[in-house]
Design a binder for this molecule. Structure first.
Ligand code: ATP
Length: 307
């Protein structure tokens, strides 16, 4: 029996000529936060909709709680809470009234489920307003309240921080961490903002143009961040010749026509610097830096920027 609460194998969705999700295989372990990261249009929402049986896959398989999702009984879906895209509620009803309808539709809930969910998302003050009068952030909070009110074992949240202000983002992030750490809730969360995912995820899946480019443990990813020395030089091409021919050094990347990064032998930077100067290359700056996750991801998705 697999330890993954959600597992997909070569999951694919094609809309006419467009492949929105291509042979996606993700593995979401129990009790962890899995961040699905990708730019707009990468296929995150389509993936989540397939997991929730809202969109029919073209091919591939999904297993949820070790069951083929097509055979999953309704009670399995009751163990899942989800927020997909912008939440929809009755405009002329208050937050509480909207949640009451949902609670009735879903069946069994703890007695104080609605008050509990509203206080968790910090909406207890705005409950008398009708949904139509809510700000975008309040709407998003109500969507999260609806997703968590039955205390699901698994939460699937599609860009849940959209529309929230920085304090709201901080509050929701802490709440999700608490849910995971204290209740053992498994969370699959999508975002196009790297810094958001970076702060809460245990595992990260990077999607680009429908494909999963990387699935990795956040700790391993941090270890991979490398230190480097960046030189600003008058002639990058000449600098590479000196590095390779005179110093037998080839662990470098060219940033542009004036900047070059050297990844190993950081302690030799003074020697390399003098060698450049002796060979007629002007060095205007030498900085020791660390490769940021953002750099890593933009190189992964081919130069584009996430976040
Ligand atoms: P966003 O954050 O912008 O929603 P995303 O990563 O969630 O991005 P999706 O919404 O899954 O991406 O969309 C992936 C691709 O599939 C997009 O090019 C989108 O236009 C296309 N797509 C999504 N739904 C449909 C549909 N019902 N019919 C046709 N194409 C669709």
């Amino acid at each position: 029996m697999s330890n993954y609460v959600i597992e997909t194998n070569k999951l694919t969705k094609q809309y006419r000529n467009q492949i929105s999700v291509k042979e996606l295989s993700i593995h979401v372990p129990r009790g962890k936060i899995y961040g699905l990261l990708g730019r707009n249009g990468a296929g995150k929402t389509t993936t989540m909709k397939m997991l929730l049986n809202l969109v029919q896959p073209t091919s591939g398989t999904i297993s949820i709680f070790n069951e083929d999702y097509l055979k999953c009984p309704l009670k399995t879906y009751r163990k899942i809470g989800a927020l997909i895209e912008t939440p929809c509620f009755y405009e002329n009803l208050t937050g509480t009234e909207n949640l009451k309808i949902l609670a009735r539709l879903r069946g069994q809930h703890r007695k104080d489920a609605i008050d509990y969910a509203l206080s968790i998302v910090g909406l207890d003050n705005g409950i008398h307003k009708t949904f139509g009068m809510y700000s975008l952030g309040m709407k998003q909070r109500l969507g999260i309240a609806a997703a968590i009110m039955h205390e699901p074992e698994v939460l699937i949240l599609d860009e849940p921080i959209n529309g929230l202000d920085p304090i709201g983002i901080h509050e929701i992030r802490n709440y999700l961490l608490q849910l995971c750490n204290e209740n053992g809730t498994t969370i699959l969360i999508s975002s196009h903002v790297l810094s958001e995912i970076e702060q809460i995820a245990d595992i990260i899946g990077v999607m680009h143009e429908g494909c999963l480019l990387e699935e990795t443990n956040m700790n391993d990813l941090h270890k991979r961040n490398r230190k480097y020395v960046e030189y600003e030089v008058s002639d990058v091409y000449k600098a590479t010749l000196i590095l390779e021919r005179k110093l037998q050094y080839n662990d470098y990347t060219i940033v542009d026509k004036h900047f070059i990064r050297l990844f190993s032998n950081i302690d030799d930077s003074a020697k390399i610097n003098s060698c450049f100067i002796e060979n007629g290359i002007a060095v205007t700056q030498v900085n020791i830096k660390e490769e940021k996750l953002e750099d890593y991801f933009s190189s992964l998705i081919g130069g584009g920027k996430i976040g």
